[in-house]
Design a protein around this ligand. Structure first.
Ligand code: F6R
Length: 609
């Protein structure tokens, strides 16, 4: 996710901002930029790639001034490039932004009609133009920012400066983080605490709908209409590393907790409530092309392959389109049958996985259409595909995938709905029934996270087991695979995922009093069958950990531990029950003392075969 740093004080802003941006590097970024104001003029420097590129530019062409804003960009709208890097300028107004402006296309069109022209592909640039336009009317930066933000829909944290008001920095927040650092005769704004920690420990956290005006007299807090808001600084005692993790012990845990936000961002702007439809802005296939698809191949590796397996259930059920799922390293060598009416969907968080990329080229080389679900804008897989559905999980630092996985699941639901609508298998009401549940999902994931302590207790009971079995049926079978993979990856405990009904065909031989069996038990048509499988485990002295959305005596009688989660429709239950899979693996790994964020032998992005 993007990082923002702003400074107004008695020192040169540029080195302070660059140092702050460096402390936000953990958030992930693909370009960086800075703007400072001196002598009534704002100078901007921007560079694609790592901060060192920006620093090299600054060495060649330094910027001066004690007011400035800086930014590290994680591309969401528009490819990573210097031109798309922030800050963006319109007239005398300069803006950095974190978040997604949902109505930016409409706003851009109307601004164009009023004579504005744009240099970048970003949603952010429209904010600078909106503020510029309002500034012409009001001649006051704060008033202009408020008026501009009124027109904007979506999530944002913004920091804005203006050539005409050289002693002022305005920042506001709705849905994206923004913290104010209060120093002695100098003040800071930033996306996160670490950016300011070497200058001050007095932090003020902006709430959604609040803004701060930083000027020569100090800090002034208001809501977006202008009503004053009382804020009190908190003294932060974190070390810089603790601060990067937002107080969480590991990036993995932080990312697990970021899921409500990641899911909301992935849904943002994509549900057409009135039409009972979904909108996938970069899919690049017409309804006719989608309607003409006779078979779908889904190709991926690891956790993304588990998402693909869930996708098969969703797409076959909702769109009645035959789906074949392949592991990419198999697909690329099995001479797959690709006809002109075959569509291949690649799923890759990083967009750089070598086998998945080779699978893409195989399908494309055979004349098939290819689309991708990716988390990284303009990654190789995204670039080479005909169309893309981006997940908006933000960068994932922990090697074990968590928020990237659940956002892939949500992207697959959207894709299944799109296919079902164009194939005439779902009417507007049918689509709305599912999208109504989708929008409730972030809140339900928050509720699921409240079970963290209960899951930790279960982890304590079983941390010394040498093997685990995970069982699920239907769309929960891939979640059983994912639970087993998470545990293997970070705790180094051997674990297997199985379709619950398959247990008696072999794995049942493993069961004894030392084998914990995690059973995924949603309240659906196969519940009784899964409970029978639990009885089979218990009859052989195995330990059953039931993970369910429906607690009753039948479950209690057949389980050693019961973990209860919020309910939703069956198509979305895999998203909810992924949370306990992640947290159980996480807590066991922490108790065993393994390196949770960088487990042995694993790489975050597997770019070799
Ligand atoms: C497991 C994990 C891996 C990746 C796999 C594919 O936690 O993260 O199994 O899912 O290496 O990576 P992407 O999705 O980047 O193609």
């Amino acid at each position: 996710m993007c990082g923002i740093v702003g400074y107004l004080g008695h020192q040169q802003a540029s080195p302070i901002i660059v140092e702050g941006l460096r402390r936000l590097e953990y958030r992930g970024y693909d370009s960086a930029g800075i703007a400072t104001l001196a002598g009534g003029r704002i100078e901007i420097r921007r560079a694609q790639g790592k901060l060192i590129n920006l620093e090299n530019q600054l060495r060649e062409k330094p910027v001066v001034g004690s007011l400035g804003i800086g930014h590290t960009r994680w591309a969401t709208h528009g490819r990573p490039s210097e031109i798309n890097a922030h800050p963006h300028k319109a007239g005398g107004i300069v803006v950095v932004h974190n978040g997604i402006i949902e109505n930016y296309l409409d706003l851009k069109e109307s601004l164009r009609a009023r004579g504005h022209s744009f240099k970048s592909e970003t949603d952010t640039e429209i904010i600078s133009h909106l503020v510029e336009e309002h500034y012409k009317h009001s001649g006051d930066l704060v008033t202009a920012v408020r008026a501009a933000l009124k027109e904007v829909r979506g999530a944002y944290a913004v920091a804005i400066i203006c050539e005409q008001e050289p002693d002022k920095l305005v920042a506001a927040k709705l849905g994206s983080p923004l913290v104010v650092g209060q120093g002695q005769g100098e003040n800071f704004v930033a996306s996160d605490i670490p950016a300011m920690l070497s200058h001050t420990r007095e932090m003020i956290f902006l709430e959604d709908g609040e803004m701060v005006i930083v000027d020569g007299t100090g800090l002034h807090f208001t809501d977006l209409v202008g009503n004053p808001v009382q804020k009190t600084p908190k003294t932060i005692t974190w070390t810089p590393l603790m601060a990067e993790k937002g107080g969480y012990r590991h990036f993995m845990l932080k990312e697990i907790y970021e899921q409500p936000r990641a899911l909301a961002d992935t849904l943002a702007g994509r549900i057409r409530e009135e039409q009972g439809d979904v909108y996938l802005e970069d899919l690049a296939l017409s309804d006719e092309e989608l309607g003409g698809v006779a078979k779908l191949n889904i190709v991926a590796c690891g956790t993304s392959w588990h998402a693909a397996l869930v996708g098969k259930f969703l797409i076959e059920k909702l769109a009645r389109l035959p789906v074949e799922v392949d592991i990419a390293s198999e697909f690329r060598y099995r001479d797959p049958i690709i006809t002109p009416d075959t569509l291949t969907l690649l799923i890759s968080q990083s967009g750089e996985t070598a086998d998945t990329l080779a699978g893409l080229r195989e399908a494309k080389g055979k004349g098939g259409k290819v689309v991708a679900i990716c988390n990284v804008l303009d990654s190789s897989i995204a670039r080479e595909s005909h169309g893309v559905i981006y997940t908006h999980a933000g960068p994932e630092i922990g090697v074990a995938s968590t928020k990237a996985f659940t956002t892939q699941l949500v992207a697959l639901v959207l894709f299944a709905l799109k296919l079902a609508r164009v194939r005439g298998l779902l009417d507007a009401d049918g689509c709305r029934a599912l999208t109504d549940e989708l929008v409730k999902l972030p809140r339900k994931i928050e509720e699921a996270l409240e079970q963290d302590e209960a899951i930790e207790e279960v982890a304590r009971l079983y941390m010394n087991a040498s093997d685990f079995l995970y069982l699920g049926r239907g769309n929960q079978y891939p979640i059983a695979l994912e639970g087993a993979l998470k545990l293997k990856e970070i705790s180094y405990i051997h674990a297997e995922g199985y379709p619950a009904g398959e247990m008696k065909h072999g794995p049942i031989a493993l069961i004894d009093e030392n084998l914990p069996v995690v059973v995924l038990l949603p309240n659906n048509d196969t519940r009784e069958k899964v409970i029978s499988n639990m009885q089979e485990v218990r009859a052989r002295a195995g330990k059953v950990i039931a993970v369910t959305d429906h607690d009753d005596p039948l479950v209690r009688d057949n389980a050693d531990q019961v973990l209860v989660f919020p309910s939703t429709c069956d198509d979305l239950m895999p998203v909810i029950l992924s949370v306990p899979m992640q947290l159980l693996a996480y807590h066991i790994a922490v108790l065993k003392g393994t390196d949770v964020d960088q487990p042995r032998n694993l790489a975050k992005s597997v770019t070799v075969e």
